[in-house]
Design a protein around this ligand. Structure first.
Ligand SMILES: *Cc1c(COP(=O)(O)O)cnc(C)c1O
Length: 310
């Protein structure tokens, strides 16, 4: 089975006059233990931790976090000890995600939400730093330039498999993954669909982070205005596809997820990111707002998240 597969548009969304083709890069099939984008975001954080000879790696995430899950699975067979600061107090019954994280040998630290927000400046992080020497901290979601750099490599690998697309589509939370993909600079337009409510400003952050990556790869201090323009023209950001907010679902969206699975039996969308991304783009296509011939969806994984739903 190829890792790039045709995507069959669900019946209700098909159009007679359309001649666009859709494909999915099955990131959800990579790395059996840590599929999707999170492993790519961790890659350069791990090499940085090695350079600094850290023994402890620590990070942050919610009780259903794909990032914590990938972090734990990646560290399980590594020389590092892993520490996870979990958003909110631990419940008597761990979520399935946190059960997996704990069984990979990670230490779980509960936090108060308002302290959690402070990240490495939180009281809980300070306590961890007092207890353990040389902790290497990875930001929530594996973000930053190092996280994005791993996604630039990912984009290159995908592009080398097949570069005949005029649009790529990817989901965003922090926007790190999309910034890495944008920095790869192929010919395709990049459509980024945010899973968060009120993310209008994020487009600029994605452009800025992609710019930082390109500058550090080129060893230059500034980007030419021609290059800035190209990035700006290639990036399309959708902030109105959240369906009520993070991890919320409308009935229409739930129906779409089911129909997608019926027309693509081997494909599952995750409950937080990819379902909204596919839904939004396929609706645009149905409404005649999708001018592309060949579109590639990047499936960013996250299927373990379904265990949080009944
Ligand atoms: C974390 C995640 C994203 C968002 O990635 P960012 O780099 O934070 O934008 C998208 N899809 C899935 C399945 C994820 O787990």
């Amino acid at each position: 089975m190829s890792i790039i597969q045709p995507f069959v548009i669900p019946k209700h969304y098909q159009r007679k006059d359309g001649c666009s083709e859709f494909f999915v890069y099955r990131g959800d099939l990579e790395h059996s233990h840590a599929p999707g984008n999170k492993w790519h975001k961790l890659k350069y954080h791990l090499s940085e931790a090695e350079k600094r000879q850290a023994r402890y790696l620590a990070t942050f995430g919610g009780p259903y976090s794909n990032h914590l899950h990938a972090f734990a699975q990646t560290l399980k067979d590594s020389p590092y000890e892993g520490i996870c600061v979990v958003r909110g107090e631990l419940q008597p019954q761990l979520t399935p995600t946190l059960q997996d994280v704990a069984s990979c040998g990670m230490e779980l630290w509960p936090s108060l939400r308002r302290d959690y927000k402070l990240g490495v400046a939180s009281d809980v992080a300070k306590r961890i730093n007092q207890l353990y020497p040389d902790v290497y901290w990875i930001p929530e979601g594996g973000g930053g330039v190092l996280g994005a750099r791993g996604c630039l490599d990912w984009a290159r690998n995908i592009d080398h498999l097949d570069n005949k697309y005029d649009a790529w589509v990817v989901s965003a939370g922090t926007g790190t993954t999309s910034a890495g993909i944008l920095a790869y600079q192929n010919e395709a337009d990049l459509h980024v669909v945010s899973a968060l409510k009120g993310a209008h400003e994020q487009r600029n952050e994605i452009l800025a982070l992609a710019g930082c990556l390109i500058k550090s790869a080129q060893g230059t201090k500034c980007l030419s205005s021609a290059l800035k323009n190209t990035l700006d023209h290639r990036l399309f950001f959708h902030s109105n596809a959240h369906q009520g907010g993070y991890a919320k679902h409308s009935d229409e969206l739930l129906e779409f997820i089911k129909e997608c699975h019926e027309s693509n039996p081997d494909l599952m969308l995750d409950p937080v990111y990819t379902c909204k991304t596919f839904f939004h783009i396929i609706q645009r296509w149905r409404d005649g707002l999708w001018p592309y011939q060949r579109t590639l969806f990047i499936h960013t994984g996250g299927l373990q998240g379904w265990r949080g739903y009944s």
